[in-house]
Design a binder for this molecule. Sequence first.
Ligand code: OOG
Ligand code: MG
Length: 263
Amino acid sequence: MSNLNNEQIAGLAEHLETAQLERFDVTKVTDDYPDMDFRDAYAVQKLIQQRKQERGDRLVGYKMGLTSRAKMQQMGVDSPVYGFLMSSFECQESSAVPVDRFIHPRVEAEIAFVLKEELQGPGCTVARVLAATDFVMPAIEIIDSRYRDFKFDLVSVIADNASSSGFVTGSTVAGVEGLDMRTLGVVLEINGEPMEVGAGAAVLGHPANSIAQLVNMLAETGESLPAGSLVLSGAITAALPVKAGDCATVRAHGLGSATVRFV
Ligand code: OOG
Ligand code: MG
């Protein structure tokens, strides 16, 4: 059951997308709609996606968020959420990205999956995800909550497309055969300094488990992950703020790296 009507949901989608496009922060939506539930929040998110598609932007995949203890503790929330990724969010590897595209950007170290087969829930498992994965890549997610000081609750962050804003994938790809993603070491560097370190198991025990949970959540609204989808499995460590002049790099053991500069 949802608690908001269609007009309220459309109004919130416009409100949050405008904040993203015009780069201003807003108070969390549950301050105005305390009865809003998860279903309402995903309905707002879906409408934001549709608004972008109507303008010619293309859906490239999804991101899972709040899948590691480090992130849950940093943000003060306790369960995973998903958001969508559009082609306009993609930043080229090693490119310079203007910080004025964002409100208060943070970078995250992630593993990206690209699928060769469709995945449909419910009942999706790690084994199904691995069998359907074409390749994985080290990735940087650039998150940018539209909420003041990155302060939100789960319902608010879902409506805000899970803070999605940008992402960068590394230029090398690896198959999953022979790769133990649980012990996959990952380093997040800012200006060449290792700032955060972790391993794949930080993400729900196994990054592929994050993709399985995404597929099972999508099944609740009758959606699936088509072949070719790109999925970010969620930050392994805490996110770090970046400013103009900073260079962020994610290195994943044996998988190469992804880098982006902010100007
Ligand atoms: C929400 C998005 C979290 C992740 O990888 O955990 C996320 C946020 O922290 O603003 O993308
Ligand atoms: Mg993320």
